[in-house]
Design a protein around this ligand. Structure first.
Ligand code: KG4
Ligand code: ZN
Length: 356
């Protein structure tokens, strides 16, 4: 059974063919980093236009790589939300057109559910329920209890910025490129994570909720107090000359105290994520923890999660499946296909779609 997955919720246009929910036959992704890099974040109008340009070649690439013909497909799965409305519409309209022309069933998938299913390729049958899912990306920071059959209960979520958004905003403030997570992650290893003590967020009400806006403001105050204009201007100049610098170029323009600041910021984000994951895992007697979404690529988070006091096995998707991709959309569609849960052509883009 072949499912073509399509993902276009933010700044990646992606298509993939997955057989039987588990075998990846192709994984094509076109990222828009060069388009948005100089703005320090995604510009929605530019994103939709780039999706329009990329969608046909990316779907063709996925079908060719998989050596798949339209007649081989059993269904087309597409992200219906959450995400940017204009971006979602491109993928949804394309998927509907294929289904209409080829008389195929259409399956709408929640993007966050896709991120959780990305772990299926690593965990396989070892994923025991109830599972705790920590979804950490540029748009989301959520904790879900996942019961057998993939039924979800929201345990906590960010009240302001997502963790990836905090990375992107701090990177922009310090003069680095978008997306900020990969750059700061690579620079953090050269700094002292205990050099700057940032306060942890205290949540009134639900203690499993997150907040990252205070940390972002604390970094801003630190920058304002430490006379960093010249080094930030030097990095901005590099970025104007080259929209995608290598990490060693950034390293040359980053003094030790800034490396320490970055390491301390990263340490605080990881503590915020893992203290709540530990508490939630205990609360629900989790038998597995899934960490997914773009921030799950973070090397510091990966090693800290494996060392943390989490009373169950921890699973991360491979980095290529942690950031946005269409393999995870096809994988999440597979159980829906088996249950006959199809969408009809009235399916709309839902920018604020929730999972639970
Ligand atoms: O899942 P994703 O590709 O898109 C969304 O659904 O948002 O996640 C992108 C986010 C960006 O904010 C990016 O800075 C962050 O994931 N990210 C990272 C790393 N790689 C990507 N954050 C921290 N460390 C990384 N290595
Ligand atoms: Zn995502």
């Amino acid at each position: 059974m072949y499912i073509l997955g399509i993902e276009s919720s933010c700044d990646e246009t992606a298509a993939a063919v997955v057989r039987g929910g588990r075998e990846i036959l192709s994984n094509a992704v076109s990222s828009q980093f060069d388009v948005h890099g100089k703005y320090g974040g995604v510009v929605p109008e530019l994103a939709s236009r780039e999706h329009l340009r990329a969608i046909t070649p990316i779907v063709r690439q996925a079908m060719d790589q998989a050596r798949c013909h339209w007649n081989d497909l059993s269904a087309v799965a597409v992200t219906r939300g959450p995400g940017l409305a204009g971006s979602l519409l491109v993928g949804i309209t394309y998927a509907k057109a294929i289904c209409f022309a080829r008389k195929l069933p259409l399956i709408g998938v929640n993007h966050i559910e896709g991120h959780i299913h990305a772990v299926a390729f690593e965990a396989g049958e070892r994923l025991e329920f109830p599972s705790l899912a920590l979804v950490v990306s540029g748009g989301h920071t959520h904790l879900f209890e996942v019961a057998a059959g993939f039924r979800y209960r929201l345990l906590g979520r960010t009240r302001d910025d997502a963790a990836g958004e905090a990375y992107d905003k701090v990177a922009k403030l310090l003069g680095y490129n978008y997306p900020g997570g990969p750059v700061l992650d690579q620079l953090a290893v050269c700094g002292n994570p205990f050099a700057v003590r940032f306060p942890m967020a205290k949540m009134k009400g639900n203690p499993l909720d997150f907040s990252f806006s205070g940390l972002k403001t604390a970094v801003l105050r630190w920058v304002q107090a430490h006379d960093m204009e010249a080094e930030i201007a030097a990095r901005k100049a590099l970025l104007r000359a080259n929209p995608n610098p290598r990490v060693d170029e950034w390293r040359n323009l980053t003094p030790q105290r800034t490396l320490d600041l970055i390491a301390s910021f990263q340490y605080t984000v990881i503590q915020e994520l893992l203290t709540r994951a530990e508490a939630a895992a205990e609360d629900i007697c989790a038998r597995s923890l899934v960490v997914s979404g773009g921030v799950a690529c973070n090397a510091g988070l990966r090693s800290a999660a494996l060392a943390a006091r989490i009373p169950c096995p921890v699973f991360f998707p491979t980095p290529a499946l942690s950031t946005d991709n269409a393999v995870m959309i096809a994988a999440a569609a597979y159980p829906k296909f088996l249950r006959g849960e199809f969408s009809d052509f009235s399916m709309k883009a839902q920018a604020g779609l929730s999972l639970a």
